[in-house]
Design a protein around this ligand. Sequence first.
Ligand SMILES: Nc1ncnc2c1ncn2[C@@H]1O[C@H](COP(=O)(O)OP(=O)(O)O)[C@@H](O)[C@H]1O
Ligand SMILES: [Mg+2]
Length: 235
Amino acid sequence: MEKALEVANLHAWYGESHILHDLSFSVAKGEVVTLLGRNGAGRTTTLRAIMGLTGARRGSIKINGVEAIQMPTYRIAHLGVGYCPEERGIFASLSAEENLMLPPSVSKTDRGMSIEEIYDMFPNLAERRNSQGTRLSGGEQQMLAVARILRTGARLLLLDEISEGLAPVIVQALARMITTLKAKGYTIVMVEQNFRFAAPLADRFYVVEHGQIVETFAASELNAKMPVLNELLGV
Ligand SMILES: Nc1ncnc2c1ncn2[C@@H]1O[C@H](COP(=O)(O)OP(=O)(O)O)[C@@H](O)[C@H]1O
Ligand SMILES: [Mg+2]
């Protein structure tokens, strides 16, 4: 299987703090992979390290086969990577639609979704297109944050805790969104605390602990792995 992302022997630091220790994982094109782990395990740092947003990094990060460990963030984005940070980064003083108009295209080969395509996929956002960023609900802001990266043409999506703190009906809408994106061929790395959200969506799972991968399994092994997961995550 062709790899969209291949992280090998990754170390990352914030200042003097050595956070990621020889972390390795990979994601095939079109796969949905979830990084599970307790708070502070190093999942956000993993996504940030892939984007070049930590301090020093060492090891290898290949995006569609291209080594990115030495690249600055903007060049990594231009390899077709879309990062949705936990804090979402919605511009409060701009309308939903203005937020959607901001991103530049990051891909020479893949066109980003048009505004029409975005509104087809997120009818809530169509209704709220003229509302200011701050007036949107948490769920609407989360959808807008994901929709905004879909505008760039990125085909590899790094999504940090998108279901966190949202009402069940919104979480269901986000699950449908992931399923739709997978059907469209996107490759998705989801960081999740919400195991029940991730479980039916992901093809494969990695468990992160102390900045390392400590467990990996496929969706088909999920039932058999439940006792181990209980121990590692308390799910
Ligand atoms: N900006 C930072 N500076 C220093 N240490 C950090 C910073 N961000 C996170 N850490 C530390 O890195 C470790 C991993 O955190 P994080 O990647 O956010 O975990 P997770 O997303 O799995 O909850 C934690 O010990 C956390 O305290
Ligand atoms: Mg985190």
